[in-house]
Design a protein around this ligand. Structure first.
Ligand SMILES: Nc1ncnc2c1ncn2[C@@H]1O[C@H](COP(=O)(O)OP(=O)(O)OP(=O)(O)O)[C@@H](O)[C@H]1O
Length: 232
């Protein structure tokens, strides 16, 4: 079966104010439908940089990136924007919810606005299904300031899932949560893979990483498999 994501020899050098810094020097990564991969690595090793390339927020300098078998290594921004919204769901450490909107309204923000009663009914059904999927349908009318951190992150995950993305990219999604709540959020993210979604999780938490099918470590600009049980 064609992999969802097939990355080979990806390179990226970042040019800030100082000298250009090679961050990725030949990353290989293949993700299939229903796969889950945790990316570990010390702070500054380039995990977020890699995720931004996978999520098409930026382009690599070299290597190849195939999405569903199609070469998107140098995709122009217009098509990248469409792919970002149609193929990917994003979850970050910060929840980025609008405080004055309810949970359901926050999730609905991710859907294209359609006019008329049928479009509204369809949108509402999708929103409720996404909230149901993350276990907080009962909080649909609640606003973020009255929700716990874990509940807010689940709203953010529902927002990422409502368009039924093929790939879920999560960058430190438990960074702002306590251990127990974080584990629950990892459960919710992982359950998306049961429906065929591919999940890439960047985390510092070894226990959370160990919940994924595969664990890799970004060191010296390349991804290496992390032996199970040697997570320190
Ligand atoms: N736009 C940029 N220009 C120059 N350097 C950058 C830029 N963005 C990030 N960097 C540097 O690139 C390196 C990799 O950053 P990145 O955020 O990808 O690491 P990370 O592994 O995600 O780190 P952390 O675990 O702390 O989030 C860091 O040293 C960072 O300071």
């Amino acid at each position: 079966m064609t992999p969802l994501i097939q990355i080979s020899g990806l390179t990226k050098t970042l040019t800030g104010q100082g000298e250009p810094r090679p961050i990725l020097s030949g990353v290989d990564l293949t993700v299939h439908s229903g796969d889950s991969v945790a990316i570990l690595g010390r702070s500054g090793s380039g995990k977020s940089t890699l995720l931004s390339l996978i999520g098409l927020f930026d382009r690599p300098d070299g290597g190849q990136y195939l999405l569903g078998g199609k070469d998107i290594t140098r995709v122009p921004e217009r098509r990248a924007a469409r792919l970002r919204s149609e193929e990917f769901g994003f979850v970050f450490q910060r929840f980025f919810l609008l405080k004055h909107l309810t949970a359901a309204q926050n999730v609905a923000m991710a859907l294209v606005n359609g006019q008329g009663w049928a479009a509204r009914r369809n949108r509402r059904a999708k929103v409720m299904a996404a909230l149901e999927q993350v276990g907080i349908a009962h909080l649909a009318k609640q606003r973020p300031p009255r929700m716990s951190g874990g509940e807010q992150q689940r709203v953010a995950i529902a927002r990422a899932l409502v368009r039924q993305p093929k790939i879920l990219l999560a960058d430190e999604p438990t960074g702002a949560l306590d251990t127990e709540t974080g584990a629950l959020v990892i459960d919710v993210l992982h359950s998306a893979t049961d429906r065929g979604c591919g999940l890439i999780l960047v985390t510092h938490d070894h226990a959370h990483a160990n919940r994924m099918r595969r664990v890799v470590r970004l060191t010296d600009g390349v991804l290496r498999p992390e032996p199970r049980g040697v997570l320190i």
